[in-house]
Design a protein around this ligand. Structure first.
Ligand code: NAG
Ligand code: NAG
Ligand code: NAG
Ligand code: NAG
Length: 334
């Protein structure tokens, strides 16, 4: 057991004693509004459409939510596939086989008092075609947000990681989502928007995502979701981190952009391997972000879920390598 995890256990014990007997012991975040994990499974098997439950895709575990909420995490991003929830066309109806367990799972998370992010994990594409039918995409979102219209703890994540968009307009795509969500009567919820170039924080400005500053929301609850991995190409495919300060370095330009434009952001995906260099890099990144909570609302680790096995960034209790090695460090900071 690392020193940091001993500290976590010790401080949890102190809290448990200090808390009134009737109050369930639960750690609170110290600085962030949000900290949590991506809960993968329902977007797996993206070459098998619609795919078969239990073979191509799965739903993440409610027991994982119990465990992580007990440790103070309060937000979970749930990747889904647009083609599975609305199979015929973007203006079509939902498929109950996929929709029913989605509702059950999302309501389970919010029933625990946490936030649930509904994340069409589609890279700006529907059936592998870059989405340019913005009116159709707006209708898709009116349908999807309509399901959760009265649940204030649901967050709508317009689309995961658009990239190589050709002549398509990411601002038009994101604005269509915002308009579609609000047209569903879902007026209390946050909307997370993403940018091109996989929504990378390190390339946010250089890739031209500055034009997303002009998005409008009558409810004024847009949050800019960016992703930031710490490996050499920023793809989140290596257990190695570039340096112990790579996180704060890669976030600097995006942080300045958020401040200049009076916006708030969240890191919707980040990770580093379970090793000393990455643990220092993650510590630096979380410290930097908690130093800048005027613009950074929080972060979500990639990733949890029951099918990751011995994945380099597995945050799945009880034995995922990031769950045992890295989460205790993070919870001491955020
Ligand atoms: C609905 O989803 C299920 C499971 O993904 C699939 O087997 C079925 O074919 C789908 N129905 C339609 C009309 O796409
Ligand atoms: C910054 O944004 C907040 C919330 O959206 C708003 O209340 C405030 O007036 C804005 N400040 C400036 C200087 O634009
Ligand atoms: C965070 O802020 C503290 C206090 O200003 C400073 O000493 C530290 O260097 C900052 N760390 C990072 C990674 O930004
Ligand atoms: C960094 C990372 O692991 N990204 C993965 C996120 O999940 C999707 C689908 O599950 C994968 O395609 C990405 O490679």
């Amino acid at each position: 057991m690392h020193f940091a995890s001993m500290f976590l256990v010790a401080s949890t014990a102190v809290l448990a004693v200090a808390a009134p007997a009737t109050e369930k012991k639960k750690r609170a975040l110290k600085k962030f509004k949000f900290f949590g994990v991506n809960e993968s499974g329902a977007e797996f098997g993206n070459t098998a459409i619609p795919g078969q439950l239990g073979k191509d895709y799965t739903w993440p575990l409610t027991s994982t939510i119990d465990t992580l909420v007990g440790q103070g995490l309060n937000i979970f991003r749930v990747p889904i596939m647009m083609e599975r929830i609305v199979p015929t066309s973007m203006t079509g109806t939902t498929n109950a086989t996929y929709q029913d367990p989605l509702i059950t799972y999302i309501n389970y998370i919010t029933g625990k008092g946490a936030y649930a992010i509904v994340d069409p994990h589609n890279f700006g594409r529907y059936y592998a075609n870059i989405i340019t039918d913005y009116a159709g995409f707006k209708t898709f979102w009116t349908t999807l947000a309509g399901i959760f219209q009265s649940n204030a703890n649901v967050i709508f994540d317009c689309n995961n990681e658009p990239h190589d968009e050709g002549s398509a307009s990411v601002p038009d795509l994101m604005q269509a989502c915002i308009d579609g969500v609000r047209a569903a009567g879902a007026t209390s919820q946050y909307i997370f928007v993403e940018g091109t170039s996989y929504s990378g924080a390190w390339t946010w400005v250089s890739a031209g995502n500055g034009n997303l500053a002009s998005l409008t929301d009558p409810q004024n609850k847009i949050v800019y979701e960016m992703h930031q991995y710490l490996d050499s190409d920023g793809s989140g495919t290596s257990a190695d981190c570039v340096s112990t300060t790579i996180g704060s370095e890669r976030l600097a330009a995006a942080t300045a952009w958020l401040k200049t434009n009076n916006k708030t952001g969240i890191i919707g995906e980040f990770a580093g391997g379970a090793n000393d260099q990455c643990n220092s890099a993650v510590t630096d990144m979380m410290t930097y972000m908690t130093n800048n909570t005027d613009v950074w609302l929080g972060a979500l680790w990639w990733g949890g879920g029951p099918w990751w096995g011995d994945y380099i960034y597995s945050m799945e209790p009880p034995s995922g390598t990031s769950y045992t090695d890295t989460l205790p460090l993070i919870l001491n900071i955020v």
